[in-house]
Design a protein around this ligand. Structure first.
Ligand code: FCB
Length: 446
């Protein structure tokens, strides 16, 4: 039966996770250390000293995860591959046992009729590469190209959608400038070097993908934002423009062949290790763009300093908030998709992450009634439907996340899953939002 809910029949309904957040088994089968192992084991970096050592144990329980995806009748699963499982030291011949794990996962997904969307990199850089400078070192971009090449050669016959990096803004700015994510550095010059090398890594991997002649699609996943100025004062408007450059234009402009924004070059051009030909490698355009959206930022001007060189900060708002203290603004998602589709020649757009953390707990019967998450998903899916009705090329939506998982510096305290993980047994317990999403996928309307 054709759908009547405003979503096309071929819309991609999916769920997303990432390797370090769910896999656990960090010492098994030859996996090397990643920057997140080091960071989470450094006292004071992650809430309550939590680490990804066990996480959801998906390394051993992936079949349970896939059973959940089947129960949802999800069409796609976006997962990421841990680079240090494949190349424990970040270079050289692949570790067969690492490939074997993703073979098991990919094959089981395909057997279940679920499209595997492979996210090559979701923040777990091999520690050995960080020891040589990490993303601030140009070499890392070439090492990423090699890693990606292994993944194309080994999985290319089974993967139709590869994305290179997840939210490089976080890798560069939270990792190397604010220091709240791995590797925990606090130097804006390193962060800007990282920006360029991340983009270069993407471009080099894309070149390699084209050279394989494989017919799948290659894209990137960003967390773009179109910040709203808190007031109509000129300084707030200017701060919002700078935030838009930092969060969005320094990524999308070069990716679509327009080079870096003028203002960015004026302010920070001196930090950029740009070499001849780099912008051609980066600016090949994308087969698809993944957008992660959680909330709309309202910003005000503040004095610039080392950790905040663009001189903007989040302003107080009146919106309801999630447990992350993030505003709930579904219209902001529609506004953002409009800006993105209007300003860049994006052919296919996917919401590759959207969801919310709440302090949800099971009741005495073990049931998690997460009505606030259901309302969040519902309102954001309405925004997706409106985007499609306006002609925005939105082709799919992935809930973040299938499982409660290791929420980076927040540890396990912040829970985004539509499935609860029992902290003692690691058993999977679908929340009410799981069944809501199953109904949405089935076409029962929002
Ligand atoms: C995004 C990350 C994802 C998860 C969500 C809540 O920034 O890509 O891993 O942490 O936020």
């Amino acid at each position: 039966m054709p759908r009547t809910d405003g979503f096309p029949d071929d819309f991609i309904w999916g769920c997303a996770t990432s390797s370090y957040q769910i896999e656990g088994a960090t010492q098994e089968d030859g996996r090397g250390l990643s920057i997140w192992d080091s960071f989470s084991h450094t006292p004071g970096k992650v809430a309550e000293g939590h680490t990804g050592d066990v996480a959801c144990d998906s390394y051993h329980r992936y079949q349970e995860d896939i059973a959940l995806l089947r129960e949802l009748n999800a069409r796609a699963y976006r997962f990421s591959t841990a680079w240090p499982r494949i190349q424990p030291e970040g270079r050289g011949a692949p570790n067969q046992k690492g490939l074997d794990y993703y073979d098991r996962l990919v094959d089981a997904l395909l057997e279940s009729g679920i499209e595997p969307w492979m996210q090559l990199y979701h923040w777990d850089l091999p520690q050995s590469l960080e020891d040589e400078g990490g993303w601030a070192n140009r070499e890392t971009a070439f090492r990423f190209q090699d890693f990606a090449g292994i993944m194309f050669e080994h999985f290319g016959d089974r993967i139709q959608h590869y994305s290179s990096l997840n939210e490089p803004w976080c890798s560069a700015f939270l990792g190397y400038r604010e220091g709240v994510q791995a590797p925990g550095k606090t130097d804006k010059r390193l962060a800007h070097r990282a920006v360029h090398h991340l983009l270069l890594a993407h471009g080099l991997a894309q070149q390699s993908y084209r050279q394989t002649g494989l017919a799948g699609k290659f894209g990137i996943v960003l967390n773009p934002a179109r910040q709203r100025p808190a007031t109509s004062r000129l300084e707030d408007i200017a701060a919002a423009e700078r935030a838009w450059i930092e969060s969005t234009r320094i990524w999308l402009d070069p990716l679509y062949g327009r080079g870096y924004p003028e203002l960015f070059l004026q302010l920070f051009g001196a930090d950029l290790p740009l070499q001849e030909g780099d912008l051609d490698i980066i600016g090949q355009g994308l087969d698809f763009l993944g957008v992660n959206y959680y909330f709309e930022q309202v910003v005000k001007a503040v004095p610039a300093d080392e950790q905040n060189p663009y001189g903007w900060a989040l302003a107080e708002t009146w919106h309801e908030k999630t447990a992350m203290d993030w505003d709930i603004v579904p219209e902001g998602m529609l506004r953002l998709l409009r800006y993105i589709a209007g300003d860049w020649p994006v052919s296919e757009l996917y919401v590759t992450e959207n969801g919310a953390a709440f302090d949800d707990m099971p009741n005495t019967r073990g049931v998690v009634h997460d009505m606030d998450r259901i309302r969040y998903l519902q309102s954001h899916l309405r925004a997706c439907r409106d985007a499609i009705a306006e002609g925005i090329p939105l082709k799919g939506y992935f809930v973040w996340s299938l499982l409660d998982n290791f929420e980076w510096a927040y540890g396990y305290r912040k829970r985004f899953g539509i499935v609860r993980i029992d902290p003692d047994t690691l058993n999977r317990i679908p929340k009410k939002s799981f069944y809501y999403y199953r109904d949405v996928i089935a076409g029962y309307g929002l």
